[in-house]
Design a binder for this molecule. Structure first.
Ligand code: SF4
Length: 316
């Protein structure tokens, strides 16, 4: 059996290590492989990154044998502590074979599985669905073609076309990741969120997080106001409001044509981690004790009030 990397939170959630935390993950995150063949400027696993190989985003991962991982994952799943497993696949020449083996073993153990990684064709996606994968994540990460070429390298358009083709072939089964704060405007990010939503592509929204050892280590995180406005816009979309209620000017979201937004979004879901069902990614983008871009749990009434205030366009 091979060795997997479990996020520290996952290792805590499934009982492999003791962990004191505000929020445990509700999805088990498993990284397969290390040191990517690609070179995304924000990523700790990029091949020119000098960050320690145990990091992905700001989360550390621990080596654990596959059989021990599966034994604990199954127990935790039966107890309702985790709802699914997400394989975060680092691009390597053998990554498709590695992921297939892991999928087969997890599916055989009865766990719902998401694969988040780089597939190159609808055929490859079909191969994974045929093995029993529940969902596939194909990350756009970057909102615009120019920034994609600069930050990730390669063609935004090609990846977008592949994501859209997969969304047609496997309706409601595709997820993408979008990272706020890579140089795009709010309006550009809002545009791709809308385009994904229109195609039933689930969006996991991330806040850019500078990591030591990466090419973007010196860039700041996005302004919290900008992130909150995008969360509110996305939250309204999920509540079946027309995208037209979001008013942009000068590249920013400046207002919402909705009365009583505080009541419409009073459950706080708009500010919680978005993405596949039950994916809460605790502290992927933030340190405990700092402002939470994505709340991995329900918000307190004060946190909800604060989130609206931070948006700078919704009064509370
Ligand atoms: S949204 Fe969460 S569960 Fe879905 S692919 Fe992304 S990290 Fe995995």
């Amino acid at each position: 059996m091979s060795s997997w990397k479990l996020s520290i939170g996952t290792a805590g959630a499934i009982g492999i290590r003791k962990l004191k935390t505000d929020a445990l993950p509700t999805t088990a995150y498993i990284m397969l492989g290390e040191k990517c063949t690609r070179n995304c400027a924000f990523c700790a696993q990029a091949h020119t990154s000098t960050a320690a190989a145990k990091f992905l985003s700001r989360v550390a991962w621990q080596d654990t044998s596959e059989d021990v991982s599966i034994e604990h994952l199954v127990k935790a799943y039966k107890l309702g502590k985790i709802k699914r497993a997400c394989l975060q696949v680092v691009n390597r020449p053998d990554s498709l074979e590695t992921v297939k083996t892991a999928v087969q073993d997890l599916v055989a153990a009865g766990l719902p599985v998401v694969v988040s990684g780089y597939i190159t064709s609808v055929k490859e996606a079909k191969g994974l669905f045929d093995l029993g994968v529940d969902r596939i994540g194909l990350a756009m990460d970057v909102a615009t073609p120019d920034l994609f070429a600069e930050i990730k390298g390669g063609s935004w358009q090609k990846r977008w076309e592949l994501l859209c083709s997969c969304a047609v072939a496997f309706p409601g089964k595709m997820t993408t990741h979008l990272i706020v704060g890579l140089g795009e405007t709010e309006a550009e990010m809002w545009n791709i969120i809308k385009e994904c939503y229109a195609r039933d592509i689930t969006v996991g929204l991330f806040a850019f997080t500078p990591l030591p050892g990466t090419a973007m280590a010196d860039r700041p995180q996005p302004k919290i106001g900008s992130y909150r406005r995008l969360q509110i816009a996305f939250g309204l979309l999920k509540r079946a409001f027309s995208p037209d209620v979001v008013v942009c000017s000068g590249g920013e979201i400046v207002s919402f044509k909705v009365k009583n937004i505080g009541e419409v979004l009073a459950d706080g879901d708009a500010f919680r981690t978005s993405g596949c069902h039950q994916c809460n990614r605790p502290f992927y983008n933030e340190r405990p004790g700092q402002i939470l871009y994505n709340y991995p749990r329900a918000l307190s009434p004060e946190e909800l009030r604060q989130a609206f205030v931070e948006s700078e366009v919704v009064t509370w």
